[in-house]
Ligand binder design. Structure first.
Ligand SMILES: NC(=O)c1ccc[n+]([C@@H]2O[C@H](COP(=O)([O-])OP(=O)(O)OC[C@H]3O[C@@H](n4cnc5c(N)ncnc54)[C@H](OP(=O)(O)O)[C@@H]3O)[C@@H](O)[C@H]2O)c1
Length: 228
């Protein structure tokens, strides 16, 4: 895909991989709407990088439909929709499982991307829907202490694989990205020991953009840390 003058929506675009992707796409000449839940952060990011802000909670399907309508009204079409919103939570072994926290993570990581994908497919004629999964959805054995996070991403992998088969004849491509550890605020709650060796978001984004620019992008893009 030639990204110049294309229009991208990035849900979870205020920080981390989403923000770096927004910057990369703007650099390629795309129009970018960055969307996330926290008004202050999303507006600050949009102003800093020259994107258009939109406040939405990814668990709110009507809010996502409003985001799609807003983008089409402003730019004419949506060519790229990225589901990057995510949470990473750990759960101590001995305690009763905090179901509110567990549901919140599943609602954002799994249902958020489900709702985003549904909304995108209803509002796009061609282009690509990109879901940011995780290397944890390829091999959960490294997800020690993060079983529920890994499970939320495995669930999403199942959904996206089936969605892709269902939409085989569509002009909209359904792409998955599986990054390894990346430096971002995702890990603020429980900083892993190997965090200093994690990838920079810009490195991950370089791989995503190069893939999007291919005539036939890889459907399952695995981005490994170069230092392991
Ligand atoms: N960092 C890693 O090591 C890594 C590795 C593999 C995969 N991933 C995946 O990559 C994606 C992006 O992660 P990241 O590292 O960029 O994390 P991040 O820096 O923490 O950014 C997460 C983004 O998600 C948004 N978000 C969270 N809950 C939301 C909600 N309910 N509604 C709307 N937006 C919401 C945040 O916005 P607010 O601040 O407004 O909430 C923020 O923009 C996630 O799906 C994550 O699982 C990350």
């Amino acid at each position: 895909m030639n990204l110049t003058n294309k229009t991208a929506v990035i849900v979870g675009g205020s920080q981390g991989i989403g923000r770096a992707l927004a910057e990369g796409l703007l650099h390629e000449g795309a129009n970018v709407v960055v969307a996330s839940r926290t008004q202050e952060t999303v507006e600050k990011t949009a102003q800093e990088i020259g994107a258009t802000p939109f406040v939405v909670d990814v668990r709110d399907e009507q809010g996502l439909r409003d985001l799609a309508s807003f983008t089409i009204d402003k730019f004419g079409a949506i060519d790229l929709w990225v589901n990057s919103a995510g949470l990473f939570k750990k759960f101590p072994k001995g305690d009763l499982l905090d179901m509110d926290r567990a549901h919140e993570m599943f609602d954002v990581n799994f249902f958020g991307a489900v709702l985003g994908s549904r909304t995108a497919l209803l509002n796009m004629e061609d282009g690509a829907v990109v879901n940011i999964l995780s290397s944890a959805a390829l091999d959960a054995r490294r997800s020690v202490g993060a079983k529920l996070y890994a499970a939320s991403k495995w669930a999403l992998r199942g959904y996206v694989d089936a969605l892709r088969s269902e939409n085989e004849d569509s002009s909209v491509q359904i792409l998955s990205v599986y990054p390894g550890g990346t430096k971002s605020h995702l890990h603020d709650e429980a900083l892993p020991a190997e965090f200093p060796n994690f990838m920079e978001p810009e490195y991950v984004v370089g791989k995503i953009i190069a893939n999007l620019q291919l005539e036939q992008p890889e459907q399952d893009l695995i981005i490994k840390r170069p230092n392991i």
